[in-house]
Design a protein around this ligand. Structure first.
Ligand code: 3PG
Ligand code: MG
Length: 401
């Protein structure tokens, strides 16, 4: 994996005792209209860094972004107050929330932790302003980036600050994400099978292209599969399709074939006449799809064939449900693949909001080897892009070497 300094290494070397440690976490979690946290995975995933730093005797400051507020004008709904409360519950200790921390500083002692208000409230955060980055870096001795979910953003708290802090390292969550993704894509146990599904080819074109060069099977699903079916000369009725990308789909199929890999095309599908929770589902051969049909899931024969591939895989990368699984009558494909991933001895890695919802719905959380906390960051990693937050930590590590 990429060479970055790790918090665990610094702790093992006794470097945290009495030091001021600044942790950039990603506590950007969903909330309901009243501001209650509806899903706290990212908060729980952020605990190890905080606990380890406290235990090592550091004074610990934690910050995160929440949403996309206007800099210099935080509204009550932009506040990290609910996250401070949840952190306090999970850590079993007080977690004061500190506002205006760039100007006023952070009054904490070793063994204490404080949450610093939404870092996107600071002027210059989003454009990675150098002056802001230097001011934030001066608040600490050690900068820890543990915000994998925001690692694709080059902002003052995710990128600039890492240049100026005395020491800059990856927290345990960021390190675990990089290890898991690096293992899945860097030197994978074969066969490597990727599932890339979702409504549009256009939003995942780079990922499809990048994976077509690496995987043994590229399973496409959802609206993406429709465009590939058209590329294979099959009827798709009035299903969602991107006609201008049919040639791209053909090129991806050919690129995979040229390497001895494949992009399996469904042989049967589940259709309906309308997109709705009460729509009647019909299973049919792909050749029998009618002009007024909408394809809303893969059929049982296709699902079984793909499940068999997944059970034989060495590594599985999963992003996107293959059907409209929110409606049960169109959920069988996603459920069948989810269960196959759960059964498979493969090293499996999954990420993205819809995928996590499917994993939760079918209850396979504990059987997926690694579930990423990244949305956009997970996708950019799959695209083969360098994540700015990781890039800067690598540069800092290279300077130490
Ligand atoms: C996310 O929710 O994907 C991350 O927290 C990043 O948020 P952003 O897209 O607002 O940068
Ligand atoms: Mg498994």
């Amino acid at each position: 994996m990429t060479q970055v300094l790790r918090l665990t290494d610094l702790i093992a070397d006794g470097k945290l005792s009495g030091k001021r440690v600044f942790i950039r976490a990603d506590l950007n979690v969903p909330q309901d209209d009243a501001g209650h946290i509806t899903e706290d995975t990212r908060i729980r995933a952020s605990l190890p860094a905080i606990e380890q730093a406290l235990q090592a005797g550091a004074a610990v400051m934690v910050t995160s972004h929440l949403g996309r507020p206007t800099e210099g004008d935080l509204k009550p709904q932009d506040s990290l107050a609910p996250m401070a409360t949840r952190l306090a519950e999970l850590l079993g200790r007080d977690v004061p929330l500190i506002a205006n921390w760039v100007e006023n500083g952070v009054p904490i002692a070793p063994g204490q932790v404080a949450l610093l208000e939404n870092c996107r409230g600071n002027k210059g955060e989003n454009k990675d302003d150098d002056a802001l980055a230097r001011k934030m870096a001066a608040l600490c001795d050690i900068y820890v980036n543990d915000a994998f979910g925001a690692a694709h953003r080059a902002q003052a708290s995710t990128h600039g600050m890492a240049k100026y802090a005395q020491l800059a390292c990856a927290g345990p969550l960021l390190a675990a994400e990089l290890d898991a993704l690096g293992e899945a894509l860097g030197n994978p146990k074969r066969p490597l099978v990727a599932i890339v599904a979702g409504s549009k080819v256009s939003t995942k074109l780079t990922i499809l292209r990048s994976l077509a060069d690496k995987v043994d099977q590229l399973i496409v699903g959802g609206g993406i599969a429709n465009t590939f079916m058209v590329a294979a000369g099959l009827p798709i009725g009035k299903s969602l399709v991107e006609a201008d990308l049919v040639n791209e789909a053909k090129a991806i199929i050919d690129a995979a074939k040229a390497r001895g890999a494949s992009v399996p095309i469904p042989t049967d599908v589940v259709t309906a006449k309308a997109f709705s929770a009460s729509a009647r589902a019909e299973i049919k051969r792909v050749e029998a799809v009618q002009p007024d049909d909408l394809i809303l899931d893969i059929g049982p024969e296709t699902a079984r064939a793909l499940a068999a591939q997944l059970e034989k895989a060495g590594t599985i990368v999963w992003n996107g449900p293959v059907g409209v699984f929110e409606f049960d009558q169109f959920g069988n494909g996603t459920k069948t693949l989810a269960e196959a991933i759960a059964r498979s001895p493969a090293f499996s890695i999954a990420g993205g909001g819809d995928t996590l919802a499917a994993i939760a719905k079918y209850g396979i959380q504990d059987q997926v080897s690694y579930i990423s906390t990244g949305g956009g960051a997970f996708l950019e990693f799959l695209e083969g892009k360098k994540l700015p937050a990781v890039d800067v930590l690598e540069q800092r590590a290279a300077q130490l070497a």
